[in-house]
Each structure stands twice: as structure tokens, then as C-alpha cells.
Design a protein around this ligand. Structure first.
Ligand code: FE2
Ligand code: FE2
Length: 139
């Protein structure tokens, strides 16, 4: 049985990855080039804003649980190659999806149903992000 402290710790890790995702998307959106990447370039700006909203949502959950939200930022990946940027973004989304699935399971076990609901909404958006990136990569 996970404890509330473990839940807060894992939420803080998720928060640090959200900050990293927002920063990475801002950078990628600005530097991605090539006519085939015009549409996804605009979509990356949307993703950047949504990742920041996730950071706000996760921070609120942490604070409501009595924890202190982190201001640390996880690893950001950059590239000079547009396709590789999207692959880096896709890897980030795969990681986020696994993280939120685990957090939803913990919220369920702890009876934190309100938090679970918010985490499920975030998970849905991460799955949308993955779909956008896979579509652009022709997967
Ligand atoms: Fe996110
Ligand atoms: Fe995402």
C-alpha cells in the first residue's frame, strides 16, 4: 500500500517532467523547420501550453495533499534534426503516459478520487499528444 508521502514524491517527479516538457516544446516549436512540419510546429505550441497547465494541476494536487511542489526541471532534449525532435517529444509522451497510469493507480488505492479524476484528464491529453506526434511521424 503506497503512502501519501510516496504519492507526493511521485507527483513531484511528474511535475518536474511537466516543466521539462513545456520548455522542450517551446524550444522545438521555435526551431523546427521544413514545410512538412508547419502544422506540427503550431501543434507543439499548443502542447507547450497544455504541459504548463498540467504543471499547474499537479502542483495544486501536491499542495492540497500537504506537500511542497518542486521547482526542479527534469531533462530536456534538443536536436538539430526536425524528425529527431519529434521522436524526442514522442518518447517524452510515452514516459508521461506510463507515469500518469501509475499515479492514477496510487490515487485509487489511497481513495484520492478527486486527484484521480484530474490525473485521468491529464493522461487523456498526453495520449492526444502522442497521437499528434505519431501522425506527424507517419506512424
Ligand atoms: Fe503533460
Ligand atoms: Fe504531453
Amino acid at each position: 500500500m503506497p503512502t501519501k508521502e510516496e504519492f507526493i514524491e511521485k507527483l513531484n517527479t511528474a511535475l518536474e517532467w511537466e516543466y521539462a516538457a513545456a520548455v522542450q516544446y517551446v524550444q522545438h516549436a521555435a526551431v523546427i523547420t521544413g514545410p512538412e512540419y508547419d502544422a506540427i510546429g503550431e501543434e507543439l505550441v499548443v502542447h507547450a501550453n497544455e504541459e504548463l497547465t498540467h504543471a499547474v494541476q499537479v502542483s495544486t494536487i501536491i499542495s492540497d495533499l500537504g506537500g511542497i511542489p518542486s521547482v526542479e526541471v527534469e531533462e530536456r532534449k534538443i536536436s538539430e534534426d526536425s524528425k529527431q525532435m519529434l521522436e524526442q517529444d514522442l518518447a517524452g509522451e510515452e514516459h508521461a503516459i506510463e507515469m500518469y497510469k501509475e499515479l492514477i493507480g496510487i490515487a485509487e488505492k489511497l481513495g484520492e478520487y478527486g486527484s484521480r479524476r484530474v490525473l485521468e484528464d491529464i493522461l487523456m491529453q498526453e495520449e492526444e499528444h502522442r497521437r499528434d506526434l505519431m501522425g506527424s511521424l507517419g506512424m
